[in-house]
Design a protein around this ligand. Structure first.
Ligand code: ZN
Length: 321
């Protein structure tokens, strides 16, 4: 499942590629994948066409694309529900929210002027992500005036794109975005906040508590394992047994794991090279995740994989005591 660094990587890349672009066409290949905020199918694609991309942002694992109010006259789609007509009123800004869940992926393809075709892939890695687009897992296609396309692919269809009023998105973010803990990369996230939030889950083991989205937003299986390795804490330690010093190390460990993830372009294995010549693959740099049986990069001991709450946890039994 894509985590905070994967979504942050998509945000950074898409900001370079589509801010200022005009949305010319939206093709809905799977009605379930494009929704309004109530989770009903959003079937009023023409209400989004002609809008410009104003901004791209991230909250936890959710990516937001803000669109301008419409430049065209308001035309009500008769076949569309009143809700959808209301959301996409031409005088109001709308936001597209993306949640990739288990298997979502975003692929952007386009040309800059007369240059070569460029592409960017983010999210869940799949075998077919380097092939032709759209493919059988493409659910929604967003086309822009400059000839580029953004493909929302989702193998298992748990992911979604929601169309919401921008004003609602900011004012009542909990209603639209769900209940989320603090953003770990923002200044206000200090170790005492991590402590307070962890202590609401005293009886849990620290790895499981760290993946709770209300403790800290955006951390899943990969970065929880890495953060605990960075902090030299055994993932089986109960939250109630952690000392203040360990929570301080864990706070630093979380920041380091996420920053490294973003620095190395997330965990989507991509063989293509982007316009800047960067190749994205964090897992080549990971200390423990996905490395069971290999030697610890710090002490040389063998990395172990254990099961916790149905998920694999990776650890170095020697570094993490
Ligand atoms: Zn080690």
């Amino acid at each position: 499942m894509p985590e905070l660094p994967e979504i942050e990587t998509i945000k950074i890349e898409l900001q370079k590629k589509i801010i200022g672009s005009k949305l010319t066409k939206i093709q809905i290949l799977s009605p379930k994948s494009l929704q309004n905020e109530k989770g009903q199918p959003f079937d009023y694609a023409q209400g989004l066409q002609g809008r410009k991309v104003l901004n791209i942002w991230r909250r936890a694992k959710i990516l937001g694309i803000d669109l301008s109010s419409s430049l065209r006259d308001h035309e009500v789609a008769k076949q569309s529900s009143t809700d959808n007509n209301e959301i996409a009123r031409n005088d109001k800004k709308v936001t597209l929210l993306f949640h990739l869940k288990m298997s979502g992926q975003l692929v952007w393809k386009g040309k800059r002027g007369k240059g070569k075709e460029e592409s960017f892939i983010g999210g869940h890695p799949t075998e077919d992500m380097l092939g032709k687009m759209p493919n059988i897992h493409t659910r929604v296609i967003f086309s822009f005036a400059d000839g580029s396309h953004l493909y929302f692919n989702d193998l298992r269809r748990f992911g979604w794109v929601k169309v919401v009023r921008s004003e609602k998105c900011k004012v009542q973010s909990e209603e639209v975005l769900g209940k989320l803990g603090p953003e770990p990369l923002e200044k206000g996230f200090i170790w005492q906040i991590l402590k307070t939030n962890l202590l609401k889950h005293k009886t849990q083991v620290v790895k499981v508590a760290l993946m709770d989205q209300t403790v800290v937003a955006g951390i899943g299986n990969i970065y929880a394992s890495e953060a605990l390795f960075n902090a030299k804490i055994d993932p089986r330690t109960k939250v109630s047994q952690l000392t203040d010093r360990q929570i301080q190390s864990l706070h630093q460990g979380v920041l380091r794991a996420l920053r490294d993830g973003i620095k190395y372009g997330g965990s989507t294995r991509a063989h293509f090279v982007d316009a800047q010549g960067h190749k994205g693959y964090f897992l080549d740099y990971a200390y423990v995740y996905g490395r069971s049986g290999h030697k610890c990069k710090i002490c040389g001991a063998q990395i172990k994989k254990i099961q916790q709450a149905g998920r694999g946890t990776y650890l170095c039994p020697s570094c993490q005591r």
